[in-house]
Write a protein that binds this ligand. Structure first.
Ligand code: HEC
Ligand code: HEC
Ligand code: HEC
Ligand code: HEC
Length: 467
């Protein structure tokens, strides 16, 4: 690993070339120099869930790898260690495989390389052999996990129980608990043993230097993370990585014995700066700052690292070339066991509903993706990208659902069956096969807090009402 000062030198010309001058930013409070004793300044993230950048369905979305790197380079010197908690991807899909490669490249960027990465159950949704292969090809990126031990001697295992970090007087030992074993793949017997939290912690903290901060990256519910406060020796910081909070809470939480717990939120939307000190032998948080990764309001891409943008763009094209959209179509059965038939069929008996639908934005949802592909705002093959296709078509990912515009032209857009469910049985015999009522919950699969921050069922329903 390059010494940090050298890394800094390295980064300067790149940044200068890109012309990215920082604009007005939320200022990170400088750590209080007068704090006595050792301290360590951590910059935390976790539960990225494969969100390389915001989808752009609504304005003002936060997050993205390019902004993350930009910000970490800009703030260099204000933190000692970059730590990513894990759950980089959570679906274990062919798209996640391609995403993971891109994400690891960003975390391994020598200008702002991560000092520790946790391993979560989401990461383990990928085939463990494949995951291990990926991790092995980034040997300078330390992955930590203390509670999973492979029982299969053949299994490659590039994960470490802990990593010791040292930068001047700042020292930390970082470990992680996955708290769950991955599902065995291909009908094999389980290939992992799951240690109890205390057994894993004992193993990971063996011989830890007394002046090193003991940091635990904990996967599992925040309730189970709270229980980790009673581990022996006592953790100095618990980083709870789960999807319960979209963003970091305003303040850290203090558990039994004064152990601090923080939550970095989901989807890489925020960075979380935490400075730990020790006073009278107990851990103290002397600085805590959630930093939203906002975009520039004045200049497109101004707060984003151009190299990372280029990596993400390459990924978008790779997904198209790989045919990932088609590979991910029709993987699971429909919820009600029927097949998708498309709007034209429903319109035969429900012409009024069809007439209303045609005037709604749902009927333009596919066109939106096609326009995005050639427009200024995106300019990459959006209609080929599974994450976008999912909410802008009918039944993508399920049998008989959307595959591509050539094979399933009638399933483009958000059609009747996107909300009412697959309709073959109902269309064949509407009286015996009722579709039943669906209500507001049917909207929220697509209108979530990022795509539709102002979603209000009563208001939105009025705009598409078709009884
Ligand atoms: C399969 C995903 C999906 C579901 C389910 C869904 N929507 Fe949408 N909705 C979209 C998309 C995508 C758009 C944007 C289409 C465009 O402009 O290209 C949208 C747009 C809208 C708009 C227009 C918003 C505006 O600002 O003009 C309204 C209103 C709306 N939806 C209401 C609803 C309601 C009410 C429900 C539930 C009964 C619902 N939607 C369910 C995907 C969905
Ligand atoms: C979870 C579902 C979901 C996903 C995933 C999704 N969209 Fe959307 N998209 C929506 C909804 C819902 C709206 C309508 C938002 C509103 O107006 O309330 C929308 C609106 C849009 C709009 C119209 C915005 C405008 O104001 O003109 C664009 C463009 C768009 N999406 C592009 C994309 C792209 C590109 C992707 C993939 C990177 C994507 N969407 C992924 C649900 C989704
Ligand atoms: C052959 C004619 C026919 C076709 C095709 C048809 N429907 Fe229906 N639909 C009906 C009838 C008849 C009813 C029941 C009306 C009643 O008894 O109140 C109905 C009722 C419904 C209801 C009310 C809930 C329920 O199940 O009773 C919904 C929603 C609905 N249809 C949606 C659809 C959708 C979506 C499609 C396309 C997949 C579709 N229909 C295709 C004839 C049809
Ligand atoms: C964006 C989601 C959405 C889309 C798209 C949509 N619907 Fe609906 N539809 C609803 C909701 C919500 C209701 C209200 C009743 C309920 O909650 O089940 C409803 C009601 C209905 C009803 C009346 C049911 C009753 O109980 O009286 C029919 C019939 C119907 N839809 C047919 C269609 C047809 C046909 C299409 C396509 C042309 C369509 N819908 C498109 C969400 C949708």
């Amino acid at each position: 690993m390059l010494p940090r000062t050298l890394q800094a030198l390295f980064a300067v010309p790149l940044l200068a070339l890109s012309g990215c001058m920082p604009e007005a930013e939320p200022v990170v409070a400088a750590p209080r120099e007068q704090d006595p004793g050792p301290r360590v300044r951590l910059r935390l993230t976790g539960h990225l869930e494969g969100h390389l950048e915001p989808c752009g369905c609504a304005s003002g979305q936060v997050g993205g790898m390019a902004r993350r790197t930009f910000r970490s380079l800009q703030d260099r010197g204000s933190y000692d260690f970059l730590i990513e908690g894990g759950d980089l991807t959570t679906g274990g899909t062919p798209l996640d495989e391609l995403k993971l490669y891109t994400i690891l490249n960003v975390l391994d960027d020598q200008r702002a390389r991560y000092d520790a990465v946790g391993l979560g159950p989401g990461d383990l949704a990928l085939d463990p052999d494949l995951l291990a292969g990926f991790v092995e090809s980034f040997p300078q990126l330390p992955f930590v996990c203390a509670d999973l031990v492979p029982t299969d001697a053949e299994m490659p295992w590039p994960f470490r129980a802990f990593v010791d970090l040292e930068e001047g007087t700042a020292k930390a030992r970082v470990t992680g608990l996955a708290t769950r074993t991955p599902e065995p793949t291909g009908g094999l017997t389980p290939r992992f043993e799951l240690l109890t939290p205390q057994a894993a912690w004992t193993r990971a903290m063996e011989g830890v230097a007394p002046d090193s901060f003991r940091v635990l990256l904990h996967h599992g519910s925040s309730a189970s993370a709270r229980e980790a406060a009673s581990l022996d020796p006592r953790p100095d910081l618990i980083v709870s990585i789960q999807a319960e909070h979209a963003e970091p809470p305003r303040d850290p939480e203090f558990l039994d014995g004064g152990v601090p717990m923080v939550q970095p939120g989901v989807r890489g939307r925020f960075l979380l700066d935490v400075t730990l000190a020790r006073m009278d032998g107990a851990p103290r948080i002397t600085q805590y700052a959630p930093i939203p990764l906002e975009g520039s309001r004045t200049r497109k891409g101004a707060l984003e690292d151009p190299d990372v943008r280029a990596l993400v763009l390459a990924h978008r094209h790779e997904v198209q070339a790989d045919g990932t959209r088609e590979r991910m179509a029709e993987l699971s059965p429909t919820a009600n066991g029927a097949s998708y038939v498309g709007n034209a069929r429903c319109a035969i008996c429900h012409p009024e509903a069809q007439a209303v639908w045609e005037k709604t934005r749902h009927a333009r949802a596919w066109a939106t993706l096609e326009e995005a592909a050639v427009g200024e705002r995106y300019g990459w093959p959006v209609p080929h990208y599974p994450d976008c296709v999912r909410c802008h078509t009918v039944g993508y990912g399920q049998t008989t659902g959307f595959v591509n515009p050539e094979k399933t032209p009638g399933l483009r857009d958000v059609g009747c069956e996107s909300c009412h469910g697959a309709g073959s049985q109902h269309a064949a015999n509407p009286i015996d096969n009722r579709l039943g009522s669906i209500g507001a919950a049917s909207c929220l699969v697509c209108h979530d807090f990022e795509q539709s921050p102002d979603f209000d069922y009563a208001e939105h329903w009025k705009q598409i009402e078709h009884k």
